[in-house]
Design a protein around this ligand. Structure first.
Ligand code: ATP
Ligand code: MG
Length: 560
């Protein structure tokens, strides 16, 4: 078995597959599927399922289908289908020619329903939804049989075909499987398999006014596609008997359902319904808001597909639900960006620094390393001049003991350039510093003193006349609380972290940044990793901060 180099060996799902391969259960085939419902954009939880299903197909030399589970017309849209296709592709997976839609099987599902009726395994029920619920019983009490349960086959066939032909209004009748109203598993108490719904479907239009229920449809979809292992999340564990019952009752090809624990992540929510609520309430700018745990949001934020795959592989596959810390996701993102992103200098909160002994009108081209982690990335020239910008908080007029950056009388290094010593400051009427004055030592060109003297800090800078203006968007956790769903909040939007987005509009970047394109990922030295937002224009880049440089997860691990 070959694996992508970052995947961990083995998990219980692969153990099951190994067992099936050695027993010859599926003729040595491994065929999985990723089956999103197109009712929203994919999130990082879906990425886990994508990586698992496509990863298994890759590792075993099998196949993985992309299948839209579009059985619920009222919530599904073309926009979501397109976004999901884009996201799975961006994550790096390929379904070749196997892009399927559950709605393509509606005719076959209907034929299967007729077969269930014919074999006495299904009946048309006239009870209302409320009555069905009432008749269902509870965990401690058995259900009651519907008075329509023992309709003759012919009557069921006639009513079902009239349901299909649109003779009845929504909710008037349903088709139910005839299983066992006193079954200890409530899912087995004559589940509904078809409902009447006069609604247009994004693919089948007005052809249908009955739609299959999820439990009925899903196993049929898997069976029709020849899937061997139908991997789903834990909440379907007690639906498995039903999955098996349908396939056995129809006596058709029978895949194996395996359940794993869904991913939960701290400080965010992982449900399309709730994410849609945030989009609709305007709490975020859209599904691809960089604060969202969606794949499109993470892409816009600057996470690479590799880092998301690494994260999904490292968290592994388990049988017990748990919550992964957001810091661990950020750790994986940072680790990948550290290896791959070119470095630039940029100043987020600029203050002018004037080098009084540097000749006016002149400039100097200095060598800067593009990526210390990747020698093949080479170097570039950065322009130095008499007037620079540095970070306002890299200077203190009256520094406390542990502040080693620039202060009056102190010498520091300007990255790739020279040592400078602060000689004074200029303030405006309100006492705010407007200029920091320095002298430089020409002998320290490149950033080292020939006499071996040391400085305690190195600052990043940009040349004032050469720098380009930029907007920088700083992101923080989407929610203020670790578990936004604890206590069932009625208004999720009120828990959104008010500091989750800070816009800085007067940043300055080194001129080389002008050549960056949308979604390029970079490091601004000493500040963090950033991604060029699609809102950018060449004359005014907009950068999204992906993550800062500080790795709080690694710190936690090393016990600091
Ligand atoms: P949501 O509640 O976000 O809508 P869902 O399970 O209803 O999630 P689907 O579109 O039905 O969304 O999911 C497609 C696949 O992704 C399913 O196989 C599902 O089990 C899996 N999946 C969804 N959420 C997660 C998650 N948080 N972790 C792992 N897998 C997930
Ligand atoms: Mg769903």
């Amino acid at each position: 078995m070959t694996s992508e180099n970052d995947s961990l060996p083995g998990d219980f799902v692969r153990d099951i597959i190994d067992g099936d391969l050695s027993s010859g259960r599926f003729d040595n085939r491994v065929h999985t599927r990723f089956p999103p419902e197109p009712n929203g954009y994919l999130h990082i939880g879906h990425a886990k399922a994508v990586c698992l299903n496509f990863g298994i197909a890759r590792d075993y030399g099998g196949l993985c289908n992309l299948r839209f589970d579009d059985t619920n017309p009222s919530k599904e849209e073309e926009e979501y289908v397109n976004a999901i296709v884009e996201d799975v592709r961006w994550l790096g997976f390929d379904w070749q020619d196997r892009l399927f839609f559950a709605s393509d099987y509606f005719d076959r599902m209907c034929e299967y329903a007729v077969r269930l009726i014919e074999t006495g395994n299904a009946y048309v029920d006239d009870l209302s939804a409320g009555e069905i619920r009432e008749y269902r019983g509870t965990l401690t009490e058995p259900g009651r049989e519907s008075p329509f349960r023992n309709r003759p086959v012919d009557e069921n066939l006639d009513l079902f075909s009239r349901m299909k032909n649109g003779e009845f209004h929504d909710g008037a009748r349903v088709l139910r499987a005839k299983i066992d109203m006193s079954h200890p598993n409530l899912n087995m108490r004559d589940p509904v398999i078809y409902r009447i719904l006069h609604a247009s479907h994004h693919r089948t239009g007005d052809k249908w006014c009955i739609y299959p229920m999820y439990d009925w449809a899903h196993g049929l979809e898997d069976s029709i596609e020849g899937v061997t292992h139908s991997i789903c999340t834990l909440e379907f564990e007690n639906h498995r008997p039903l999955y098996d019952w349908f396939l056995d009752a129809l006596d058709i090809y029978h895949p194996r359902q395996i359940e794993f624990a869904r991913l939960n992540l701290s400080y965010t929510v992982m449900s399309k319904r709730l994410l849609l609520e945030l989009v609709r309430s305007g709490s975020v700018s859209g599904w691809d808001d960089p604060r969202m745990p969606t794949i499109s949001g993470m892409r816009r934020r600057g996470c690479s597909p590799q880092s998301i795959r690494t994260f999904c592989n490292r968290i592994g596959v388990a049988k017990v639900n748990s919550t992964v810390s957001l810091e661990f996701l950020e750790h994986c993102v940072r680790e990948d960006l550290n290896l791959s992103s070119p470095r630039f200098m940029g100043v987020l909160d600029p203050v002018r620094l004037i080098i009084d002994n540097y000749p006016e009108g002149e400039s100097d081209e200095l060598d800067a390393v593009n990526n210390p982690e990747d020698p093949s990335a080479g170097s570039r020239k950065v322009t130095f001049s008499r007037e620079l910008f540095i970070e306002r908080d890299d200077f203190m007029e009256d520094p406390p003991g542990k502040f080693y950056r620039l202060a009056p009388g102190r010498e520091v290094r300007l990255r790739y350039a020279y040592f400078v010593t602060c000689t004074g400051v200029v303030k405006d009427g309100s006492g705010r510093i407007t200029e920091i004055h320095c002298s430089y030592d020409p002998a320290t060109r490149g950033g080292d003193a020939p006499d071996g003297r040391k400085v305690k800090s190195t600052l990043h800078w940009v040349s004032a006349p050469h720098a380009i203006d930029a907007e920088v968007r700083l992101y923080d956790k989407l929610f203020s609380v670790e578990d936004p769903l604890a206590g069932n909040p009625s208004d999720l939007a009120s828990l959104v972290n008010p500091d989750s987005l800070k816009i800085l509009s007067s940043c300055r970047l080194e001129p080389a940044c002008a050549s960056l394109g949308p979604l390029d990922r970079i490091q601004l030295e000493r500040i963090g990793y950033f991604c060029v937002d699609p809102d950018s224009s060449p004359s005014r880049p907009v950068l999204n901060r992906t993550v800062g440089l500080r790795d709080s997860w690694a710190k936690l691990r090393s016990g600091q």
